[in-house]
Design a protein around this ligand. Structure first.
Ligand code: FE2
Ligand code: FE2
Length: 322
């Protein structure tokens, strides 16, 4: 006679935790999806912007101003930075801002597809779907706004590598819902941290401050929507899917930290690209900026059970988790 394999104590407690969470969800103790979406729709109606008319795209850029706060530039406080003349540092800010805006557009296009896939099977009249469509409209405006900002600064666009471009093609086509929302938060929260420091900074170009202000206001809703949905999904999804989410978000964090600044920016401002990449990797200041930017997200993911096992190790190797 065969006997069923005994569960370990940790497996038993994980199972109980999971069952209790599903029960809580069923009893409606988790925040109601429709209520959250209704609130986000009301906020969207009040605080949404059309960047084409809201921002001054006609005035020329200002001489001597930064395109990104210097402390948030990848090379800040490295030996290379200390040797760079002021003009070259300003140039680096112009190219890094274009690189981050290019990354932002890449992420938003991925996100739009994930949201379209998310609502495909849901009730079209629900507030949850109406809000997803509102968010897609926000991201359309953001991507056009970032593209205009790159053009205005006169730096080139900086696409991610061919490999990462194609890796994301697979991810955005096959990822399941919780994995999609975990990646959404990864893209939104770290850039959001930098943008919150950028828009009030008077050393920064007016157009960049305007773009980041609009983005921060509208992204706050996106972060809320993704968090609430991911929290719900992590308690109700099958165990294999929760495990897959831990792995895929850890891998996405690793790719994200590599793709964050396109190394071509260093070549374009006249620096030795390999040496610059090496110094950024070794920079304690940079590590601190990235980990501080990711902290709100990593704490949240830890709280809802995404930061476990191999997933946690991948997050560590990305350098985003202390
Ligand atoms: Fe956006
Ligand atoms: Fe967003």
């Amino acid at each position: 006679m065969t006997t069923a394999p005994q569960k370990t104590a940790s497996e038993r407690s994980e199972a109980t935790e999971h069952d209790v969470a599903v029960l809580r969800d069923a009893l409606g103790l988790l925040k109601d999806r429709e209520q959250v979406a209704e609130r986000l729709l009301a906020s969207s109606a009040k605080h949404s912007f059309d960047p084409d008319t809201e921002l001054d795209w006609v005035s020329p850029v200002e001489d001597g101003k930064w395109y990104w706060p210097p402390e948030l530039l990848s090379l800040y406080d490295t030996p290379m930075w200390h040797r760079m003349p002021h003009e070259q540092r300003l140039e680096l800010s112009r190219h890094e801002a274009a690189s981050l805006a290019s990354l932002g557009i890449w992420f938003e296009i991925i996100l739009m597809q994930l949201l379209v896939r998310h609502v495909y099977d849901k009730s079209v009249t629900s507030a949850h779907v109406r809000y997803a469509l509102t968010e897609i409209a926000d991201e359309c405006r953001h991507s056009k706004m970032f593209a205009r900002m790159i053009e205005k600064g006169g730096a080139p666009t900086y696409p991610v590598s061919r490999f990462h471009h194609n890796l994301a093609r697979v991810l955005k086509t096959v990822s399941t819902t919780p994995g999609s929302f975990a990646c959404t938060l990864l893209g939104e929260e770290i850039l959001d941290y930098m943008q919150r420091l950028t828009f009030p900074d008077e050393r920064v170009q007016t157009i960049v401050r305007g773009v980041t202000r609009i983005h921060v206001v509208e992204e706050a809703r996106h972060v809320r929507y993704a968090r609430e949905e991911l929290r719900r999904q992590m308690v109700s999804c099958p165990r294999w899917e929760a495990q897959l989410t831990r792995l895929s978000s850890g891998e996405a964090a690793r790719v994200f930290s590599i793709a964050f600044v396109n190394p071509e920016v260093y070549t374009n401002v006249g620096l030795d690209r390999r040496e610059a990449v090496r110094q950024v990797k070794e920079s304690g200041h940079r590590r601190e900026v990235m980990q501080t930017g990711a902290k709100r997200l990593t704490d949240f993911l830890d709280d809802i059970g995404v930061m476990r096992g191999v997933g946690r190790r991948l997050w560590r190797s990305s350098g985003l988790l202390a």
